[in-house]
Design a protein around this ligand. Structure first.
Ligand SMILES: Cc1ncc(COP(=O)(O)O)c(C=O)c1O
Length: 275
């Protein structure tokens, strides 16, 4: 998730990354994880379901992370912002693995479950000492979360609104995911696109097109927005493996508009190729 890069830099922390590519369904490798622990990392940041790749972490990899974290006394910061946005399979509750309650700090959001990103409301759970210090830190940073937002979330939680909302929107998101995926296959057959089981994004690799055009993904997305009013995020803002990828949100637009946006994207590529 792109925001973490800036935060790590701001805090003067040195990130060690495990590559996640489309070839392996965006799963990090066991070897890379073991090597990072051997190098003496202090914490692991794991998002599942993920943004921008939408992948759900493999249970075997999650178990390895917990086992190593318990053995080496390393924190696992588990970003579960999309835990309820799952279409096939299920969210991986790493908190259930043996020893996890000592090392896992779960960070959560209301932005996705009940679609209130503007309300700026989230929550955290984990070991008592962590919650104690996090509460102090929150106080220093912004005193409190907005009270109207808290009241809204309380009502949504108490009256079953969250469950009803998710029940209604998940089939819609799923059908939009399928439509967007099929549109990529149809209009941009050379792009490598992966159909995720969760979250809100397709993350196609556009290398065959962008290499021909000799254009980077950041320039491309700016030009696409200016020329066709189609907005997608450039993959490189999510890290070096995101180069030449696009992050396509499939939940916010109706299928027709979504498909039309992808068609416009392909028309734009063709126009650039002709130039
Ligand atoms: C993986 C992930 N974590 C956290 C967030 C942030 O959520 P919030 O809106 O609560 O800041 C996002 C938002 O897009 C996200 O994708």
């Amino acid at each position: 998730y792109s925001v973490y890069w800036g935060l790590l830099k701001y805090l003067g922390l040195k990130p060690v990354t495990c590559s996640q590519t489309i070839e392996t369904g965006f799963q990090p490798s066991e070897e890379c994880i073991e090597k990072a622990f051997d190098e003496g990392i202090k914490a692991v940041l794991l998002a599942s379901p993920d943004n921008p790749t939408s992948r759900v972490i493999d249970k075997k990899i999650a178990k390895l992370l917990i086992d190593l974290a318990v053995e080496k006394n390393v924190w696992i910061i588990y970003d579960e912002a999309y835990k309820h946005i799952v279409y096939e399979g299920e969210h991986v509750w790493i908190q259930k693995f043996s020893g996890a309650s000592e090392v896992v700090i779960s960070v959560n959001s209301f932005s996705k479950d009940i679609a209130i990103p503007g309300f700026r409301l989230g929550y955290l759970y984990g070991p008592k000492e962590v919650v104690f210090h996090a509460t102090k830190l929150k106080g220093y940073l912004s005193i409190t979360s907005p009270v109207p937002s808290q009241l809204f979330a309380l009502v949504a939680l108490r009256n079953g609104i969250k469950e009803r909302y998710l029940k209604e929107v998940l089939p819609i998101y799923k059908s939009r995911r399928d439509a967007a995926y099929e549109a990529f296959r149809k209009y941009l057959p050379e792009a490598k696109v992966w159909k995720p089981n969760a979250s809100m994004y397709l993350f196609p690799d556009m290398s065959p097109y962008l290499e021909k055009l000799r254009m980077d993904d950041i320039t491309f997305t700016y030009k696409l927005a200016e020329s066709k009013a189609v907005v997608m995020l450039p993959g490189s803002i999510f890290g070096k493996e995101g180069k030449n990828h696009l992050r396509v949100t499939f939940v916010t637009q109706e299928e027709k508009r979504l498909v039309r946006g992808i068609e416009l994207l392909s028309e734009f590529v063709e126009e650039l190729e002709r130039k």
